[in-house]
Design a protein around this ligand. Structure first.
Ligand SMILES: *[C@@H]1O[C@H](CO)[C@@H](O)[C@H](O)[C@H]1NC(C)=O
Ligand SMILES: *[C@@H]1O[C@H](CO)[C@@H](O)[C@H](O)[C@H]1NC(C)=O
Length: 247
């Protein structure tokens, strides 16, 4: 049976397909959404203590100061998605992540009775959709360009890459709330924003297609309707599922 036919005509089947893994829609290419955080737990006055940069498919589209909550669009995509619901939700979550990471760093300092200020922390959240619909979500933590610690959100596994990551691993591994926070944001929120941003990404690709290639463009536009409609449907369903599960 055609996979697309199942989606178009059998909403019940769609739910069944989605529920267990919350896979991404199949697409022509792999896609990713990633946020890089830099946290300075002891920023000097006037210095930003939390910055986040967002990338879709490795292209930076957003810069956000999680402390002052100032936001900049850094690409056409950023301008295009400005004002969407995903955009707004993303800001709130990035701010929460910034606050949590800063608090965690300050906790470590207090718990370990050290006078040294903690190192600036770099955190990267990544969610990916492969072309076959498989998903990956992970976090990386480190400092000064070096990665110390990995968290695989799909199987909730921590991996220390550098001795400096050990302390955070011990702290977070035993903290269910923090682990769940990292997992849910990367496998849930991040993925749903990615799906929402991809709708605009595809529209922009269509817009920037050369007019001299009109016949080919017309054809690809007709073909593009299905993935876009599919992504919208998935986004709506995932959101309502999440609301149902969380609310
Ligand atoms: C988003 O759009 C609003 C309204 O058009 C504009 O005032 C604001 O500067 C935009 N924000 C970004 C980050 O581009
Ligand atoms: C979790 O997944 C990663 C790859 O995504 C793998 O390297 C690791 O071995 C897995 N860990 C467990 C405990 O399954």
């Amino acid at each position: 049976m055609g996979w697309t036919a199942g989606i178009k005509f059998t909403p019940g089947l769609l739910l069944l397909l989605l529920l267990p893994q919350r896979d991404c829609p199949r697409a022509a290419h792999a896609h990713s959404l990633c946020y890089d955080f830099t946290i300075l737990p002891k920023a000097s006055p006037g210095q930003s203590w939390c910055e986040a940069q967002g990338q879709v498919n490795e292209k930076t589209f957003l810069s956000y100061d999680c402390g002052s909550q100032e936001v900049k669009s850094l690409s056409l995509l950023g301008e295009e998605v400005n004002g969407t619901r995903a955009w707004q939700e993303q800001m709130e979550t990035l701010r929460d992540v910034g606050n949590l990471l800063r608090q965690q760093l300050l906790d470590v300092k207090r718990e370990k009775y050290t006078d040294r200020d903690p190192l600036p922390l770099q955190g990267r959240m990544l969610c990916q959709c492969e072309a076959n619909g498989h998903t990956h979500a992970s976090w990386q933590f480190g400092s000064q360009g070096q990665t110390f610690l990995l968290f695989d959100s799909e199987n909730r596994t921590w991996k220390v890459l550098h001795p400096r990551g050990r302390q955070m691993k011990e702290k977070w591994e035993s903290d269910r709330e923090v682990t769940e926070f990292f997992r849910k944001i990367s496998t849930g929120d991040c993925r749903s924003w990615l799906e929402s941003f991809l709708v605009h990404w595809e529209k922009m690709l269509e817009k920037t297609a050369s007019p001299t290639m009109a016949p080919a463009t017309a054809q690809s536009r007709a073909m593009a309707i299905t993935p876009i409609a599919w992504i919208l449907l998935v986004t709506v369903l995932t959101s309502s599922l999440l609301l149902g599960l969380l609310g």
